[in-house]
Ligand binder design. Structure first.
Ligand code: DPM
Length: 314
């Protein structure tokens, strides 16, 4: 039998490599006679480490170089953290598959000296490290007594910065910590009532060329139906609000009895304004639920909040 060859483009970070190796193993486990090769590279987002993420724009910061590889036929698929993949993809490329989601929550990781505290009772003036406008806005809204400081670098670098005493605590995605084997560093899972997670958080997205039908078919073995529906609703919500990946927009979703439940919020960066609402609808039409929710928030003033942010950061 002929050998099927798949070339994967990925970022070089430890987390990206763990995720890509998982995809490789799953493909090898499910598809007979497959040969999977990985090409790892740095993206713009990996290179610019000294500037706050929010200030260097968002359009495909972690994905563009991988997409170029596919468009130039040097790779067949790209494996992304779904939350880093813009909602509008370049012409000729498609989101071919969404994998089973890890816990999508954010996690509080704490410096040893603060071990007796939870987010709710951290002393006033405690320094929280995050570069996510979404985390910043929601935590400021709930805990205006805390101080927030930018933190960059990959997950391991951030843990080192925390341990060195630069911060009292930092916020990271539980999914990334788990995949990297740092589950024991999760001090507290942040409840969705306090902070909604990012669109697509915890899931992987596999991108490929829209006309590559063979590859599209092969990667379906990695599709997780429930995650896909939830994430398509979340992505439709974000797309409708025209938010990039670096905006204070958060979601929470679930499926029960073939109904998708979607909660979404938009907040101002100072944490003073926060609009939140919910939509429910049949899981056969995730896109509509996302749009519906976005429109509900728009009516309540979401566009004005987002416009102010764009004016400040662009
Ligand atoms: C995006 C954000 C962050 C990443 C913004 C957000 C966090 C940035 C920061 C879109 N991508 O979440 O509001 O904290 O400075 C990223 C992580 C993962 C994928 C790391 C993390 C792992 C989790 C996953 C960076 N991208 O959020 O702790 O696969 O969902």
């Amino acid at each position: 039998m002929a050998i099927t060859k798949i070339r994967i483009a990925t970022r070089r970070s430890k987390l990206a490599m763990v995720q890509t190796l998982w995809v490789k193993e799953e493909l090898e486990r499910n598809i007979p006679n497959i040969e999977v090769n990985i090409e790892a590279m740095a993206t713009q987002g990996d290179k610019i480490l000294d500037v706050a993420l929010a200030k260097i724009g968002d359009k495909g910061l972690f994905t563009k170089e991988l997409e170029t590889q596919m468009l130039q036929d040097k790779a067949d698929i790209a494996v992304h953290s779904l939350k880093d993949l813009p909602t509008n993809l370049p012409d000729g490329l498609t989101l071919g598959c969404i994998t089973k989601r890890e816990d999508p929550s954010d996690a509080l990781v704490i410096n040893k000296k603060n071990e007796s505290y939870k987010l709710e009772n951290l002393p006033s003036g405690s320094i929280v490290g995050t570069s996510s406008l979404r985390r910043l806005a929601q935590l400021k809204f709930n805990f205006p007594n805390l101080i927030f400081k930018d933190i960059r670098g990959n997950v391991i670098t951030r843990l080192e910065k925390l341990d060195s005493g630069e911060f009292d605590c930092i916020i990271l995605a539980a999914a990334g910590l788990k995949r990297l084997g740092f589950e024991s560093r999760i001090h507290q899972l942040i409840p969705s009532e306090i902070s909604l997670h990012a669109v697509g958080q915890g899931a992987l997205g596999i991108e490929c060329k829209s006309d590559n039908h063979d590859v599209l078919k092969i990667i379906q073995v990695l599709t997780h139906e429930e995650t896909s529906k939830r994430c398509l609703a979340e992505r439709s919500f974000l797309r409708e609000l025209e938010g990039g990946c670096q905006v204070p927009i958060g979601v929470n979703s679930g499926i029960k009895n073939n109904q998708i439940f979607l909660t979404g919020m938009v907040a101002s960066i100072d944490g003073k304004k926060l609009i939140k609402d919910k939509s429910i609808g049949p899981s056969t039409d995730p896109e509509r639920i996302g749009k519906d929710l976005a429109n509900k928030l728009k009516i309540q003033g979401a566009e004005k909040i987002l416009e102010e942010i764009f004016n400040e950061y662009r």
